[in-house]
Design a protein around this ligand. Structure first.
Ligand code: DQA
Length: 141
């Protein structure tokens, strides 16, 4: 199995930014756990982070017929990006949406998620562990 983990703007600052909301575990350490879990289960994984919407669209397009699953935390683009939604629709790769915080109980603007229109599963409010749950979800399929 091949998985693509995509992280949007400011996700690389997790562990530094708004620790009361996103927790203290660093982005690097959380992604290392994803790598380790995938390695232990013979899953090929690519982890990519960008602060730029078009870069994320490019990565999704490049995933076409290459990856079996996408795990995406689009950061603030969750709430704004029809372009990311359209790219996910185009490639038709099963997608799990992950958020460190529970966006469903935060500001009203965070309760809108364009990615949720295509996501086969949404994991929210479990911090960095949410990414591991997403990998486990694909393992169970
Ligand atoms: C986030 C939630 C978004 O609203 C926010 O813009 C982020 C992080 C989360 O993981 O909880 O950058 O996606």
């Amino acid at each position: 199995m091949k998985l693509l983990v995509l992280n949007g703007p400011n996700i690389n600052m997790i562990g530094i930014r708004e620790k009361d909301i996103y927790g203290v575990q660093s982005y690097q350490s959380g992604m290392q756990e994803v790598q380790d879990l995938c390695k232990a289960h013979n899953i090929e994984v690519k982890i990519y982070q960008s602060n730029h919407e078009g870069d994320l669209v490019d990565e999704i397009q490049a995933a076409y017929q290459v990856y079996d699953g996408i795990i995406i935390n689009p950061g603030a683009y969750t709430h704004t990006s029809i372009a990311i939604l359209d790219a996910l629709k185009a490639v038709e790769i099963p997608t799990v949406e992950v958020h460190l915080s529970d966006v469903s109980v935060r500001e009203p603007f965070r309760q809108i998620s364009y990615v949720s229109y295509v996501a086969c599963k949404r994991i929210m409010g479990h911090g960095m562990k949410g990414y591991l749950e997403a990998v486990e979800y694909f393992m169970s399929k």
